[in-house]
Design a protein around this ligand. Sequence first.
Ligand code: ADP
Ligand code: MG
Length: 291
Amino acid sequence: MKLEIKNLSKTYKGGKVKALSDFSVTLTPGVYGLLGPNGAGKSTLMNIITDNLKADSGEVFYNGENTHKLGREYRSILGYMPQQQGLYDDFTLNRFLWYMAALKGLKKQEAKSKITGLLDTVNLTESAHKKLGSFSGGMKQRALIAQALLNDPEILILDEPTAGLDPKERIRIRNFISEIAENKIVIFATHVVSDIEFIAKEVMLIKKGKLIACDTTPNLLSQIEDKVFEAELTSGELESYQNTYRVSNLFHKDNTVIARIVTNNPPSNTKLTRAIPTLEDLYLYVFEDGK
Ligand code: ADP
Ligand code: MG
């Protein structure tokens, strides 16, 4: 199974906003984290992959076939959880899932057994007859994931599935996605590093519509292995330090401050200790410009 994204570009507002620029990547089964700040182009990419938005140029191939030519056949193997919520607040969960099953063309018997199974999978059987509007954030996200799984998709596209969740709910959703990912190509968009740090096979870093890197976390981190330091500062030194360096973390200890920095040019006049890089350090390195 292979999804090839080739040279996708997309602009909005008559070319004024460049949302995606020559984006190419090839994906095989496993979870891919799509990591980038708000406005980086994640939703645009996902909308194009799921055929909800037309690219200005570029193509998507599924197992070597152009997805536009595959049409309905391609859509039948796709599961998509869009970013926006609240569209179906007046529906009970059960009605929502039956409605989505009908849209996906599932037969009645098939829909019935799928819905029963998925309610169990996402742990919402008890709430099947409650309105989505009354659900907590985590329950809504699980309901949206359930609808994306109705057709047993080979490609699962999740646009910020952990948005608005508390830490406990985040962990549950993240582990749940990791469990259902077997034999699927899963793309998990987020701007929260910890969401994907441990479950992603590879991480795609997207910045201003461009793919900066797609690699395993250890390989990505090896690029900054000599660039992360901890510096011991007085509180007076801190401000100028923050203006000059990407400071990824601060610990206050007695009268000193320990600042964790990510830099190509470490200062020579401060006592520095090398630190082991994390994906959060890399995020800062890639997305915080000008330092
Ligand atoms: P992300 O999902 O990473 O936050 P988006 O794909 O939503 O990023 O947006 C990428 C860029 O395109 C942003 O600058 C955003 O403001 C712009 N954009 C997205 N959708 C539209 C639209 N429908 N019309 C105009 N600009 C848009
Ligand atoms: Mg988005």
